[in-house]
Design a protein around this ligand. Structure first.
Ligand code: CUA
Length: 351
């Protein structure tokens, strides 16, 4: 029989995916082991102690040693599963290295838009450099439904939710094209909501940013389930013109921070929120992102993407200490998702 375990699993595209894979195999072996030692004796006993005329079963009340054994072994096994699972989960969700490249993801029925630091956007194609940690800050368009960003080769799946930001990160190790699926039923076009995650060599990534022609190979790694691999086997050339076109949507390559700065002027944010340390009507943007904000009710909140978004759309939700008189009107839906991302990138840049 010509069976390989790898052929039934997708390519292992990251270190975290490898850790995930080991855990998965362990769980499978544990299940197989318990299946055999539970179902095997059960079938045997059903036959061995079947009802026969003239035979009466012995009356057994308990067996202390046996009961302790079948309590302890599963308890220890579950603790191993929990600890191991927690370590892998921690690695996949929280342990983002500092030197990450951030890309923003906006899901919409039925496509994926990716927004980069240099201001460009691409649709249904996410370009990332190999061996660099990539952090995705995701949302779904505010008037849209829930979607789920799923890359089988990287073993990552995270919901994109309207009106809030979720994050996911990975360090790609395998160059080439990887399939992205939407993993949450989102309407008629759900199965068509596909995108490609294109991992480039550092050199090619730079060429792509400069709008030069690049070769994109298929992803070649250990394994590769046919469903995923079948969609990704073709190498292709991304011509310079096409790259430039992809870039054009990003407002003439104006960086995201610059776009945000312009927005803060055109939308009047700077009238009340200073981008310097000078006092103003509202809280300053400087040093805001990632800081712990003291609120009027005595509690605190970490100023992350979700906090900033909420403060724009509903300024009354969390009132900052010292700014109890909230005069800012709510701005729900005043900015598009891409504009919100730009504004947040600008606020982030003001350290
Ligand atoms: Cu989007 Cu399913």
């Amino acid at each position: 029989m010509n069976f390989s375990w790898d052929s039934v699993m997708p390519i292992v595209g990251t270190d975290a995916a490898q850790a995930w894979e080991h855990l998965h195999l362990f769980l499978l072996l544990v299940c197989a082991f318990f299946f055999v030692i539970v179902i095997g004796p059960m079938i045997f006993f059903a036959f061995r102690f079947r009802k026969r005329p003239g035979r009466k079963p012995r009356y057994i009340t308990h067996n202390f040693a046996l009961e302790v054994t079948w309590t302890l072994i599963p308890t220890l096994t579950l603790m191993v599963i929990f600890t191991w699972g927690w370590i892998v989960y921690q690695k996949m969700v929280y342990a983002v290295p500092d030197n990450f490249v951030e890309v923003r993801v906006v899901a919409k029925s039925w496509s994926w838009t990716f927004q980069y630091d240099d201001g460009r956007t691409t649709t249904n194609e996410l370009y990332v450099p190999v061996n660099r940690p990539i952090k995705l800050v995701m949302t779904s368009d505010v008037n849209d439904v829930l979607h789920s960003f799923f890359v089988p080769n990287f073993r990552i799946k995270k919901d994109a939710v309207p009106g809030m930001y979720t994050t996911v990160w990975f360090t790609p190790r395998v160059i080439g094209q990887h399939q992205i699926f939407c993993a949450e039923y989102c309407g008629a076009g759900h199965s068509e909501m596909l995108a490609k995650l294109i991992v480039l060599e550092q050199k090619d990534y730079q060429l792509w940013r400069w709008g030069k022609e690049i070769n994109i190979p298929p992803a070649v790694g250990v394994g590769g389930m046919d469903l995923v691999r079948g969609m990704m086997t073709e190498a292709r050339v991304l011509p310079g013109a096409q790259v430039a076109e992809a870039g054009e949507k990003g407002s003439d390559f104006t960086s995201l921070v610059e776009q945000g700065e312009k927005l803060s002027r055109s939308r009047g944010c700077i009238a009340c929120h200073s981008s310097t340390d000078a006092p103003s009507i509202g809280p300053s943007y400087v040093g805001l992102f990632g800081s712990e904000v003291q609120l009027a009710d005595g509690s605190t909140v970490i100023a992350d993407e979700n906090y900033i978004r909420e403060s724009i759309e509903n300024p009354q939700a969390k009132i900052v200490k010292g700014y109890e008189q909230v005069i800012m009107p709510p701005y729900p839906g005043a900015l598009s998702e891409l504009e919100l991302n730009a504004l947040i990138a600008y606020i982030k840049s003001l350290k």
